[in-house]
Design a protein around this ligand. Structure first.
Ligand SMILES: Cc1cc2nc3c(=O)[nH]c(=O)nc-3n(C[C@H](O)[C@H](O)[C@H](O)COP(=O)(O)OP(=O)(O)OC[C@H]3O[C@@H](n4cnc5c(N)ncnc54)[C@H](O)[C@@H]3O)c2cc1C
Length: 418
């Protein structure tokens, strides 16, 4: 099949690939997206849909390794690390563990906050100006604690977040119970994050794909990139099925699959799949008024007009594509400790997805110095929905040779020698 040679080829049709494709097409570039399955069917499908500047602190923090070790033998713990001899996974875990320092928190938090705050504003503007039907809500997010100890520990981090432009209010138990009647009594208190928001992710990504097509983007589904062609060092084309497509700029937005996609280019991307789960129900009568994070079991609860989702948990088990019932059940058990109605009347979907986790919890955005012609927009970890708009803005500006709004340095592939 012959098709005009695109200016940019995007590998991966998740929220990141589609957001970048849309930004580039609106700047006048001819863009083709190649998607292995169906656009929006990866991690961008069944996630919790929360837009969270509140999550600006990195996952790698002092104490996380000790906590992870305590959870090693507990199959339903919020974090699970499956035993492995896989060198890539072991290297990733070692690098992550070395990043669990206060110095690293101070380096990463401002960069995460800048991307999250900018993205949240751009998302709201995009949704409002274009009338995107994705059940956008801006009632903030409430993190609820049942133990004083966990609440006090969380409060020690608030000044750092405030310093980076993330507003937060500490609510006592009475205020939490008054504001959120869906909760059972007996909470210790809560943290209210007024600038957080939420969307229904599948609807958002479907609208994004529709806007991208309207802007001229060609989205080719069931087109799995399996090989690359180089001219000297330069990357010039990709192969998928029996086809070949050339482009001067090739953008890798393959989410958790990214390291596997570029393995033959001899690039070692420090990304591991961080598997998470969700269960979607029809909406219960006593549904929470705003998204909740149930602190101790680390369960996220999102309510939309069209449904209700319990989600989260983090499992490092490589590219294991089975649905682990123990971990799904842990979501319901966690929600039952906090909510009068922890599940909705009808169970609509059990789902898992692979988060593309980097070792420093920042995405990789920019040109690949080792392979001219290759660009990265990957590694968005737990926050791809929340970071997608600003990531696309930043990456598109770089690809177009324009000035960027945010300083691109913290997200540069160069930090990993890429
Ligand atoms: C349980 C759970 C809850 C989450 N909750 C939130 C949340 O509340 N807020 C938030 O901001 N983030 C959340 N996330 C994280 C978020 O879902 C991800 O960061 C985001 O979806 C990543 O987007 P992506 O486009 O990089 O990856 P994906 O959506 O996974 O897209 C990558 C695409 O690449 C395609 N692909 C793979 N290989 C190839 C190939 N060889 N050729 C062509 N295409 C290929 C895949 O099919 C896939 O469609 C959550 C994740 C999980 C799992």
């Amino acid at each position: 099949m012959s098709e005009p040679r695109p200016d940019v080829l995007v590998i991966g049709g998740g929220v990141i690939g589609l957001s970048c494709a849309l930004a580039l097409a609106r700047a006048g570039r001819a863009v083709t997206v190649l998607e292995r399955a169906v656009a929006g069917s990866g991690a961008s499908h069944g996630n919790c849909g929360t837009i969270t500047p509140s999550h600006a602190l990195p996952l790698a923090q002092p104490g996380v390794v000790a906590q992870g070790l305590k959870w090693l033998l507990k199959p339903d713990a919020p974090l699970r690390i499956a035993p492995t001899l896989d060198p890539a996974r072991l290297a990733w875990l070692a690098r992550f563990a070395l990043n669990c320092t206060q110095a690293q928190v101070e380096r990463v938090a401002p960069a995460k906050a800048a991307l999250l705050n900018r993205s949240r504003d751009l998302l709201e503007r995009f949704v409002r100006e274009e009338g995107i039907d994705c059940e956008f809500g801006h009632e903030g997010e409430l993190q609820v604690f049942r133990t004083r100890r966990a609440l006090d520990a969380a409060c020690t981090e608030l000044e750092v977040l405030r310093a980076h432009g993330v507003p937060v209010e500490v609510w006592d138990a009475a205020r939490v119970e008054r504001e959120e009647p869906a909760l059972k009594p007996g909470v210790a208190g809560g943290l209210y994050w007024p600038s957080d928001a939420h969307i229904r992710p599948d609807r958002y990504v479907a609208a994004l794909a529709e806007r991208a097509r309207a802007a001229g983007v060609t989205i080719r589904e069931r087109s799995e990139v399996s090989a690359f062609e180089r001219d000297g060092a330069r990357l010039v084309a990709v192969r998928f099925g029996s086809e070949r497509l050339a482009a001067p700029q090739i953008l890798l937005a393959g989410g958790a699959w990214s390291p596997r996609i570029v393995r033959d280019l001899d690039l070692r991307l420090p990304i591991q799949p961080g598997k998470g789960y969700s269960i979607t129900y029809t909406r219960p009568i006593r549904a929470p008024r705003r998204p909740l994070v149930l602190a101790e079991p680390r369960v996220c609860v999102t309510t939309w007009g069209s449904g209700f989702r319990l989600g989260s948990t983090m499992e490092f088990a490589g590219y294991d594509d089975t649905l682990n019932r123990v971990r799904l059940d842990a979501l319901v058990r966690g929600a039952s400790e906090f909510l009068h109605e922890p599940v909705g009347p009808e169970r609509v979907e059990d789902w898992w997805g692979w988060r593309p986790m980097t070792t420093d919890d920042l995405p990789i955005l920019g040109a690949c110095a080792r392979v001219p012609g290759l660009w990265f927009a990957t590694g968005h970890g737990m926050l791809g929905m929340s970071m997608s708009n600003a990531s696309a803005e930043l990456l598109a500006a770089q690809m177009l040779g324009q000035d960027t709004v945010l300083d691109p340095t913290p997200y540069s592939p160069a930090r990993f020698g890429l």
